[in-house]
Design a protein. Structure first.
Length: 318
């Protein structure tokens, strides 16, 4: 417990210094742990501890830090969402909430992209599609259907970029560049093809638009474009096919460090070599599962987020 929490906090403190723009803790990402109890194989709320650490101004920093949390795990990041939402799980959103809107500026935004269905863990009331009338537009959820593939993620990524752009005010000409901006990215790999959950059909190849590797590359492009005004912590998460989890996190590390490997690179000879049969290469390719995300459902997500992004932008500019 102390090792996981300590490693994630060390990653957070590293980017708070002037030495690092990016840090990695693949053993972190325990996003189901709650304040008072463990849940879903998560016995320490290291994601929450990381965000709380980043909310504090680091040495020599000016302004109020902003922290975004992006969860790419198959499962909803319920522990993190509940830690920072101002919305009660029992609360019923209504159109009146926008009519009387007085959403205050927030310095934490959580966005989870995940599978959500009746009976599917973690059964969170915050895991459904966020309504445009929510009283907390800084606690966001995008549920995707079975078979989610790179194609669906490529389309969803536009929403992710717009949400974070509104939160960090990337789309505005502002003079408050001294305010620290941090993004915590939870890279659970249980949505990859071959995972025992067998719910999604995601892959890792950076050349495939919408893959996990492609998404991580996009995050690194944000870091490069903002020249020390955005710092990122990458955490691990779920992943129950151990050889594929090792493949994925090794491959993502190569992307983050700017030296991307080829997915066709051979696995080096070592004690666990036989576990990488039958391909013995780095790739985790997509399978043949159909992507059940429909045009109707994706269009509904886009409509909801058009409104939510406007609300975030207004709150952050107030």
């Amino acid at each position: 417990m102390y090792l996981v929490a300590g490693a994630t906090l060390t990653a957070a403190k590293a980017v708070q210094s002037t030495m690092f723009d990016v840090s990695i803790c693949w053993d972190g990402g325990r996003h189901h742990a709650h304040k008072a109890h463990a849940a879903g194989f998560c016995y320490v709320a290291d994601c929450v501890l990381c965000i709380l650490q980043l909310k504090r101004s680091g040495p020599g920093q000016k302004g109020r830090p902003k922290v975004g949390y992006l969860d790419l795990d198959l499962h909803h990041g319920d522990g993190v969402a509940e830690a920072f939402t101002s919305r009660s799980p029992e609360e019923n959103d209504s159109e009146d909430s926008m009519a009387r809107e007085k959403v205050s500026l927030s310095n934490v935004l959580t966005l989870s992209i995940h599978h959500h269905a009746s009976g599917f863990y973690p059964h969170s009331t915050l895991g459904g599609l966020t309504k445009p009338t929510t009283t907390d537009p800084f606690s966001l959820s995008i549920p995707l259907d079975r078979g989610t593939s790179a194609r669906t993620y490529a389309r969803t990524w536009t929403i992710i970029e717009r949400v974070l752009g509104a939160f960090f005010r990337w789309d505005e000409q502002t003079e408050d560049d001294d305010s620290p901006a941090y993004l915590v990215v939870q890279c659970g790999v249980d949505g990859l093809a071959g995972d025992p959950y067998a719910v999604w059909n995601w892959d890792i190849d950076i050349e495939n638009e919408g893959s996990l590797g492609w998404c991580v590359q996009k995050v690194m492009q944000w870091v490069g474009a903002r020249e020390k005004h955005l710092k990122v912590i990458f955490l691990g998460g779920g992943g129950y096919n151990s050889p594929n989890a090792a493949r994925a996190w090794a491959y993502l590390t190569s992307i983050i460090t700017g030296q991307p490997l080829s997915v066709q690179d051979d696995i080096p000879d070592h004690g666990g070599f036989l576990q990488y049969a039958p391909s013995f290469v780095l790739d985790v390719p997509a399978g043949n599962m159909p992507d059940e995300n429909t045009e109707k459902n994706l269009a509904e997500i886009e409509r909801n987020y058009d409104i939510l992004i406007g609300r975030i932008r207004r709150a952050q500019s107030a």
